[in-house]
Design a protein around this ligand. Structure first.
Ligand SMILES: Nc1ncnc2c1ncn2[C@@H]1O[C@H](COP(=O)(O)OP(=O)(O)OP(=O)(O)O)[C@@H](O)[C@H]1O
Ligand SMILES: [Mg+2]
Length: 255
């Protein structure tokens, strides 16, 4: 039976070369929900994502995916995780030397080299169509706008039918209309395909539109992990300041 909880961390401590960025992280991500990660710049949001997607070993603690602990020392365990997730990086991370078709096809080539040319073509075209980028498939990343690159990167993140998609500031640098188009795309993918999302974003409008659950990192630990509605109604002054966009208060409280 499929677990209701898709990602669970226990006493996770994250950081680089033994230097702790955040600790005591007990994160729960339920299947089919959109979880938004909040916190000020440098608090460790990207670091948490890197750890949960298997790219950065934790300093201590464990990450479980669908009930199984991820073994950061086992290539096999990491590959099993990589095949079940998709990632939209903070800077899109498309390869400049490859056109969009080739960029989106990359995970298939890497993880399923035996898939035929025809099937690969169908998979890639379908995904590019879903994000409205099929007409641009011959073009190179440098020839595209930031919003187009994000959509192409999302097509690549979706190519292997992932159960979870991780997005690091997907709407950074996008105009509000393109950003809201990306939000709609995530909501559609959640509703139609039951994909779970873990999304880092600062955009209040986006959070209000997409968040089912929220994770707030502050002062090197988790300040809140629960339903968005509960966060909205919270009387915590830091959280109130965030929603009121009272920058002075927020600055004072987070310093
Ligand atoms: N590769 C690295 N090696 C060493 N330290 C790093 C590395 N990447 C990030 N850090 C440090 O880890 C801390 C958290 O960085 P991280 O990128 O996770 O922040 P963030 O919350 O994603 O910030 P932002 O909102 O600006 O993207 C920072 O102090 C940063 O300097
Ligand atoms: Mg970041």
């Amino acid at each position: 039976m499929r677990e209701e909880t898709i990602i669970q961390t226990h006493g996770l401590s994250i950081g680089y070369h033994g230097t702790v960025v955040a600790s005591d992280i007990d994160l729960t991500v339920k299947r089919g929900r959109i979880v938004v990660v909040l916190g000020k710049s440098g608090c460790g949001k990207s670091t948490l994502l890197k750890t949960v997607i298997g790219l950065l070993p934790p300093i201590s603690g464990t990450v479980e995916f669908d009930g199984n602990p991820v073994d950061f020392n086992s290539e096999q365990s990491l590959q099993r995780l990589f095949r079940r997730i998709g990632v939209l990086y903070q800077n899109s991370a498309l390869l400049n030397s490859l056109n969009l078709y080739e960029n989106v096809a990359l995970p298939i080539t890497m993880h399923h080299p035996a898939i035929s040319h025809e099937i690969r073509r169908e998979m890639v075209t379908n995904r590019l169509r879903q994000v409205g980028m099929a007409p641009e498939m011959e073009r190179y990343p440098a020839e595209l706008s930031g919003g187009m690159r994000k959509r192409a990167a999302l097509a690549r993140a979706m190519i292997l039918d992932p159960e979870v998609i991780f997005c690091d500031e997907p709407s950074a640098g996008l105009d509000p209309i393109t950003a809201s188009g990306l939000d709609e795309l995530m909501l559609n993918l959640k509703e139609l395909l039951g994909i779970t999302f873990l999304v880092v974003t600062h955009e209040l409008r986006s959070i209000e539109r997409i968040a089912d659950d929220v994770l707030v990192i502050q002062e090197k630990s988790i300040r809140f992990n629960g339903p968005f509605q509960q966060l909205r109604d919270s009387s915590d002054p830091f959280i109130r300041a965030f929603f009121l966009r009272d920058k002075a208060d927020a600055k004072e409280l987070s310093s």
